[in-house]
Design a protein around this ligand. Structure first.
Ligand code: ARG
Length: 592
């Protein structure tokens, strides 16, 4: 018997094939196979119900007809996959213990999982737009989200066979540069000699510059003209701008290194400044854009909120009244570039919820424009998220009401984790405790962010994220460390083949095996919506099943076949947990 990595896909395929031989079912039938409530089986096909309703036939009868056709064909071995009908027409599939065992034997290591998962996004070229922060401003707590969620999604897509290109679309061409340059020149500042935290210094210079503009409005004119001369390529301002971008890049690179963020390209807004004329031309020529009060805009009348006759009309503004390009223009140029140069078939953008309208308008415009020009239209996704809240349910701030700097947050995470790790392992050397604490601290921050459904706000809670209990990084890291210690004690390599094991027997073994086999579905679910919390929930449940198994069934028993089988389960749980943690961007620990 050969079992596929994702048995539910196999069942789905067989059901579609079999349905063709049932007279009352047409080729538009979708079996809708998904993991089942364990009381009914491993998988359930619940597509019959909706299909029968649409066609006006009795669902139960349709289900029976399909089940009979399935039993008559020999496509699924009834000894390995038990098939039953329940309720108004649900088809249930329960895998035998032998099937589960075979799955465990065939899908042993991370590379087997990867091989199995690659079918999900095989060979698809996907550009992922993250972390894409704005230049010349220090990263704050909110910036952790694009870094962490973006990295996890990129890793996941890579693992599932995509060719990902991580493109950091920084905001390096904003109006803030006018103010900054004005202030720098006014104070005669040498950017090479500013403080040990040059990005913080730039932040302060900008704030001081804005305050000055408030006091002396005539300075606004000066800032504006600095901006215009920068945009016109003035060498002095260009040199200053380059220095500013450079300072910013270095600061962000340091954060990326701590957070394990990998960026392939940094093509920010400035990169597209000479590519915007083509946008105006093509959008005008195709009749999509029109002048309105001197600006160039695109209306989407089919969407109420973007239509002309909305109470507060707001079109997609692609060129400002003063003729300057804006965020929308550069984004249009960017998507064209990604399709033409990177051959992107899909583009995933990561930002907070506030930019939903922008991306909706960008996607609508791109679809129409590309269709008119016969360019291949990529799939476009906006992955957005809510706010990180403090205990008072308001955006999380410092006690004095300021935004929390990302570096300070990372430092605090490591410091707090150090206390927790020290309490647990007072006997370890300080250096080792510090190292473990870095992984635990950063891992806890990341996991707290990833494990909450991204479209909901979440409350930031140090104690909860650093707890060894619950759906947390320390809980999962500790589960791996505990399995590692079993293998260390026995002197067996957990990655080596384990021979002489007998098939699954006990309840706890079977439950754990079933959970392990849930990996493909967890990956699929996570990918489908690009919501990493699905993978987190799965890993948390797996660690729970492992722990129940470990408490119920002694591993190091006398009978060598039973011991081998249980060690094999330990090894698989370890591999799946490690694979999952790595996909989330969390480094597993040998011990903790
Ligand atoms: N720089 C923007 C910000 O900080 C995010 C850019 C997102 N990417 C894009 N292609 N618009 O809000």
């Amino acid at each position: 018997m050969q079992v596929s990595f994702n048995p539910s896909l196999e069942i789905d395929r067989v059901l579609r094939e079999t349905a063709l031989s049932v007279p009352s079912i047409g080729p538009d039938f979708d079996p809708g196979v998904r993991p089942a409530d364990p009381r009914f089986g491993d998988f359930q096909a619940n597509g019959v119900l909706g299909y029968a309703k649409r066609k006006g036939i009795n669902p139960r009868e349709l289900g029976e007809a399909l089940l009979h056709a399935l039993q008559a064909s020999d496509k699924l071995d009834p000894k390995q996959i038990e098939m039953t009908l329940s309720g108004p027409g649900f088809l249930n599939f329960r895998l035998s213990g032998e099937f589960l065992w075979q799955w465990l034997l065939e899908h042993a290591g991370k590379e087997d999982f990867r091989a199995g998962a690659t079918s999900l996004r095989k060979g698809r070229t996907i550009v992922i737009d993250y972390p894409s922060a704005n230049t010349a401003k220090q990263a704050h707590i909110g910036h952790i989200r694009p870094m962490v969620i973006g990295e996890a999604i990129a890793r996941l897509l890579d693992f599932c066979g995509a060719k990902t290109i991580r493109d950091n679309h920084i905001g390096d061409w904003g109006t803030n540069f006018g103010t900054l340059i004005m202030k720098i020149k006014r104070d005669g500042i040498n950017l090479e000699q500013i403080s040990e935290n040059p990005l913080a210094a730039l932040d302060n210079l900008y704030k001081a510059g804005s305050a000055l503009e408030q006091e002396q409005p005539e300075l606004r004119e000066q800032s504006r003209s600095e901006l215009v001369s920068l945009q016109n390529g003035d060498p002095e301002n260009t040199a200053l701008w380059e220095q500013i971008v450079d300072i910013s890049t270095r600061a962000f690179d340091a954060l990326f290194a701590q957070l394990g963020v990998r960026v392939d390209h940094t093509l920010g807004e400035s990169f597209y400044r000479d590519k915007v004329d083509r946008i105006y031309d093509e959008l005008t020529e195709t009749g999509l854009a029109e002048e309105s009060d001197g600006a160039l805009v695109v209306w989407h009348d089919e969407v109420k909120k973007f239509s002309r006759d909305n109470e507060r009309p707001y079109p997609f503004n692609i060129r400002k009244k003063d003729g300057a390009s804006n965020y929308a223009t550069t984004d249009l140029a960017t998507i064209l570039y990604r399709v033409e140069e990177f051959k992107a078939e899909e583009v995933v953008y990561l930002t907070d919820a506030r930019q939903q309208d922008h991306f909706e308008q960008l996607f609508l415009t791109t679809k129409k424009w590309f269709a008119a020009k016969n360019y291949p239209v990529p799939q476009m996704n906006h992955v957005w998220w809510g706010t990180i809240l403090g205990p008072d349910k308001k955006p999380f701030k410092t006690k004095s009401g300021e935004t929390i700097k990302l570096q300070a947050l990372l430092d605090e995470a490591c410091q707090r984790a150090y206390i927790v790790v020290t309490a647990k392992n007072p006997e370890l050397e300080e250096e080792e405790r510090r190292q473990i604490a870095r992984t635990v601290g950063i891992g806890a921050l990341k996991y707290a962010d990833l494990s909450s459904n991204r479209t909901q706000d979440y409350v930031f809670d140090w104690d909860r994220m650093l707890s060894f209990e619950g759906n947390t990084a320390p809980y999962l890291l500790y589960a791996v460390a505990r399995i590692n210690s079993i293998f260390r004690k026995t002197g067996i390599d957990p990655d080596a083949a384990i021979e002489g094991a007998s098939p699954l027997e006990t309840e706890a073994e079977q439950t754990l095996a079933r959970k392990l086999m849930g990996l493909p579905n967890a990956l699929e679910l996570t990918l489908h919506d690009l919501r990493p919390h699905f993978l987190c929930t799965y890993l948390h449940e797996l660690a729970g099943a492992y722990s129940s198994f470990y408490n119920a069934d002694k591993v190091m028993v006398e009978e060598t076949d039973v011991r081998a089988r249980r060690l094999l389960l330990c090894a698989r749980a370890r591999t799946v947990l490690i694979t999952g943690l790595e996909l989330l961007g969390i480094d597993p620990l040998e011990r903790m």
